[in-house]
Ligand binder design. Structure first.
Ligand SMILES: [Zn+2]
Length: 289
């Protein structure tokens, strides 16, 4: 609380003192939960150690790969983000002093669907062995997603992993037998068995293995805290550590893992937070314009 008060007072103080505050731009000030906010900053301001903070998230800026004098920061909002007005704190060093300013964003509830699923009880409650495996895989993946690779791995805009119809959108609330609640953490694309699944952009393979829920999975690290995932594949055509180019074949679609039929589950993480993957790709492709 004390720190927060300091930030507020410093913010007011700095606004009065520096009329010439460098401008940071919030591209999308009206956002839904689980969407990503794009913040850009012009480098001609000649400032040091610029940071963005929202609640417990403190993020740095990365160089916009498409523009010479621009930096950007992606601010991911969790699915469970409070639906209200939030204030993004922007700070930087000037003559050895940290200066604070802020901007408002309005987080509104995403129009996510609700789905009631009736399944066999055996499919809901896992046996000990499966539970242990799923937990281990979850922890392993969480560690990977929190790693922020500062090197940029892409120099082109993002593409879709396949050209197909969305069969189940991101964010749908899932109520299993009226008890277990979760939400759909990716976008499902229609993909009959053995459809080619492509890398949405250049990146490094960080997961290439069969996992309990996701089946055969490939996860790419694109750098800057951005990860994309391709699940339920029938084949894994890339190994961990391999560098892939945009549009390169990652594997063929399938129905591995806990699914009822073949499709592609496409997901994305930013700084360890699950976000709407298609909205993320849209936001990333703004960097080029
Ligand atoms: Zn899915």
């Amino acid at each position: 609380m004390k720190i927060f008060k300091q930030i507020i007072s410093l913010s007011i103080f700095s606004c009065a003192l520096y009329a010439n505050t460098p401008n940071f731009n919030v591209y999308n000030t009206d956002v839904h939960n689980a969407q990503t906010v794009l913040i850009t900053l012009n480098t001609s301001n000649n400032i040091e150690d610029a940071k963005i903070s929202l609640d417990k998230l403190h993020l740095h800026f990365f160089k916009n790969p498409f523009k010479k004098d621009e930096y950007y920061s992606l601010l991911p909002l969790s699915y469970y983000k409070k639906i209200e007005e939030h204030r993004i704190i922007f700070s930087y060093l000037k003559n050895g002093k940290r200066i604070f300013t802020s901007k408002k964003i309005n987080v509104t509830k995403g129009l996510y669907k609700k789905e009631t699923i009736k399944v066999n009880k055996k499919r809901v409650s896992l046996n000990k062995k499966d539970k242990k495996r799923a937990t281990k895989e979850y922890k392993q993946a969480s560690r990977i997603y929190k790693t922020i690779n500062k090197n940029i791995l892409w120099k082109k805009d993002f593409i879709l992993p396949l050209e197909s119809k969305v069969t189940s959108p991101f964010g749908t609330q899932r109520i299993y037998n009226g008890s277990l609640k979760s939400y759909h953490s990716g976008t499902d694309f229609k993909a009959k068995n053995s459809t080619e699944i492509l890398a949405t952009n250049a990146g490094r393979v960080v997961i290439s293995q069969n996992r309990f829920y996701a089946g055969n999975s490939i996860v790419l690290d694109h750098g800057h805290g951005i990860y994309t995932g391709y699940y339920h594949l029938s084949t894994l055509d890339k190994k961990v550590g391999e560098l892939v180019k945009r549009g390169e074949l990652l594997g063929l679609s399938g129905s591995t893992g806990r699914v009822t039929g073949p499709h592609l589950h496409f997901s994305a993480k930013v700084h360890g937070i699950t976000v709407d993957p298609l909205q993320l790709l849209k936001v990333l492709n703004i960097l080029k314009n």
